[in-house]
Design a protein around this ligand. Sequence first.
Ligand code: UVW
Length: 323
Amino acid sequence: MTGKSMPRTIAELFGENPPSNWGKWGPDDEVGSLNYLTAAQVFRGAASIRTGEVFTLQVQIGKEGSPDPVWPNRTSAVRTPKMDEGYFLRGEAFEPIGGHHYADDKIDMFLQGSTQYDALGHLWYDGKIWNGYDASTTIGSLKKASVLPIAERGVVGRGVLIDMARFRGKKWLDMAETFTHQDLMAAAEAQGCQIAKRDILLIRTGWMARFYEVSVEEFYADWNEPGLVYSRELVEWFQETEIPNLVTDTIANEQSQDPETGIGMRLHCALMRNLGIAMTEVCWLDDLADACAGDGHWTFLYAAAPLKVVGASGSPVNPIVVR
Ligand code: UVW
């Protein structure tokens, strides 16, 4: 950045009048760009079904031999069996009339500790969350733009998968490797498809496969995920293309921080906080990508609904694709 002083904050980076959708859907809106997913988009998604194959995009919680893929300051889920045959064998369970036995589980987890939807109020800067609500509305629980309105609404539309790892001829992208909206369009062209207005945008980097293949130490060393990188033009493209939902196989959907300035979460601020674009993270996209590459059909029906957790900053989800 020669001749220009380096920005120190998100606000300085974004400059005057950053692209914004605040107020577009009224002063009480809590689902943002998901408003673009009208009935017409549901029919468009359904019209893109070709084979009837069904894919589920959630990673396993408690996968054998692996921790859960989480953001560095989060921890894996802990599932505790609270009832099973052992309780009956040890005489610790009340014997129900008729002789049936049963199993019960309890789970202690970060709500954003697996494949998940971020609430629009999950992340902010300058004291305001999505739609201009005050950041103090997040204290104790999100009174505005929690994950609940997304869960109540559900997310259904046409999805398009862009396989950046395959496009770049790699098993997975490198640490901190970036790509732009121009790269997405070039990859789409190479795949023989288009990113159309109001498409739910899925991007594969191969990063989730890397999580399961390398050691935990290697995965988290020099942490900076690959992903989309901030530019004003990229944000304008997202706004003009009316992308309702960004879905990736990384833990936080974007290059984690700018190696030069250290500023992190630029696209959470620009796309989620300012444009109201829903973010879905930690998805397993490899099987879907193989199927799409197999027959050259990269669009499908995408459907998802996070859990209805009142006031929550996010929630686990198992999105479904029908292609
Ligand atoms: C952070 O909040 C850091 O990430 P995520 O969007 O994955 O929850």
